[in-house]
Design a protein around this ligand. Structure first.
Ligand SMILES: NC(=O)c1ccc[n+]([C@@H]2O[C@H](COP(=O)([O-])OP(=O)(O)OC[C@H]3O[C@@H](n4cnc5c(N)ncnc54)[C@H](O)[C@@H]3O)[C@@H](O)[C@H]2O)c1
Length: 357
């Protein structure tokens, strides 16, 4: 944690500094350590404030606020999801977030979270797969080769030892770019011409497509026994990726059921369809994968605690670095109640400085 020179200052991590932090630590180590923070917070799930994220839907996308607190720290993330954005050079998902001190209510950190969201989503997926994927899984299909895809691949390599990738995207250029970015990182990569081809021989299937509709990226006949599905792209009402029949024969693991029932693949199912909360598996209160034939599904939508863990991790990693800027974010009058006086003093100061010499 950087030492704060004065009370008005909040450390701010720009995109550039986040990239340098990730590169200095090393992306696999970053994902590994971040997954450990997320896992530790899932283990103490019950201490957190939890609420389904607050979503503002429009025809083209969604803007969401994701708050949580463990009683000592408070965090929130602003995030959007606009699948049409890539057509105009924008990201589908952008984000930023804040970590605060519950005792004073003062923000401790403000950070870019577009890159951090990709990292935390991948770290959460791979962490879940440690408990759910078949033993010795080494081959993963990734359907949807956009912004999240390389992060998913690297997290699964770091945490699970995935070495073989089968990539498919409706846009062949996306697959080409993903394969190019991942070359020299220790993968054996197969670019595929269809989802059907991509899932052949895969032990893990990651779906990370973006489309604001109920899509059918996977049909039931594409999912063989023993497979683990890491469904990342279905994360909004009316935005799903899996055929309902897959859900009927999968053991489904979720982050926070009140949010996932609104946003996840299970929005297609009755409100009482059985699911297991991932935190219970991590805490040893519920089984993860039980046998080699079981189809497991992580119905990922992204929950506030994962962002909280990510901000907590980044804050710890900032210590001793200069990878932040001092943001003059909080008014800090000499006398705390003299906020207006501070404004008057500023007026006097700027008037003096404007006087001609
Ligand atoms: N679960 C979570 O925690 C979480 C976190 C971040 C993003 N997401 C979601 O993950 C998805 C991917 O995000 P992104 O940032 O990589 O988006 P992106 O727009 O960068 O990439 C999505 C890719 O999916 C491809 N695609 C669309 N329809 C397809 C189809 N039918 N078959 C194959 N490919 C298809 C597109 O061509 C594109 O390359 C989005 O839906 C996003 O909302 C979820």
């Amino acid at each position: 944690m950087p030492a704060l020179p004065t009370l008005n200052i909040v450390p701010f991590i720009s995109v550039e500094n986040m990239m340098d932090l990730v590169l200095n630590i090393g992306i696999e180590t970053f994902l590994d350590e971040l997954a450990a923070y997320i896992e530790a917070d899932f283990r103490r799930w019950e201490v957190f404030d939890k609420v389904p994220r607050i979503a503002s839907h429009s025809r083209e996308g969604v803007i969401e606020l994701m708050p949580t607190s463990d009683g000592t720290l408070y965090g929130f993330k602003y995030v959007n999801g606009h699948p049409k954005n890539t057509r105009t050079g924008r990201q589908t998902v952008t984000a930023f977030g804040v970590l605060s001190d519950v005792d004073s209510g003062y923000p401790l950190l403000i950070s870019e979270m577009t890159i951090l969201t990709a990292l935390r989503t991948a770290a959460t997926s791979a962490m879940a797969a440690k408990y759910l994927a078949p033993e010795n899984a080494n081959c993963m299909a990734i359907i949807g080769n956009g912004a999240q895809s390389e992060f998913q691949a690297i997290a699964f390599k770091a945490l699970l030892g995935i070495r073989r990738l089968r990539l498919y995207d409706i846009d062949p250029n996306a697959t080409k770019r993903c394969a190019k970015n991942l070359r020299n990182l220790g993968f054996e990569i197969q670019a595929c011409r269809s989802s059907e081809e991509a899932v052949e021989g895969a032990h893990v299937i990651t779906t990370a497509t973006a489309d604001k509709q109920c899509a059918t990226i996977l049909t039931d006949n594409m999912v063989g026994p023993g497979v683990h599905i890491n469904a990342v792209g279905g994360d909004c009402p009316g935005k799903t990726e899996l055929h309902r029949d897959i859900l009927l024969r999968s053991d489904i693991f979720v982050e926070y059921p009140p949010q996932t029932r609104i946003e996840g693949e299970i929005q297609q199912m009755p409100a009482d369809h059985p699911v297991t909360e991932l935190w219970q598996v991590i805490a040893g209160l519920a089984p993860g994968r039980k046998n080699g034939a079981q189809v497991t599904l992580f119905d990922s939508v992204g929950f506030a605690i994962e962002d909280f863990s990510a901000l907590r991790y980044v804050r710890d990693k900032l210590s001793g670095t200069n990878l932040y800027e001092n943001l003059d974010l909080l008014a800090d009058p000499d006398e705390p109640r003299d906020l207006f006086g501070m404004l008057l003093r500023r007026k006097a100061l700027t008037a003096t400085s404007r006087k001609p010499a």
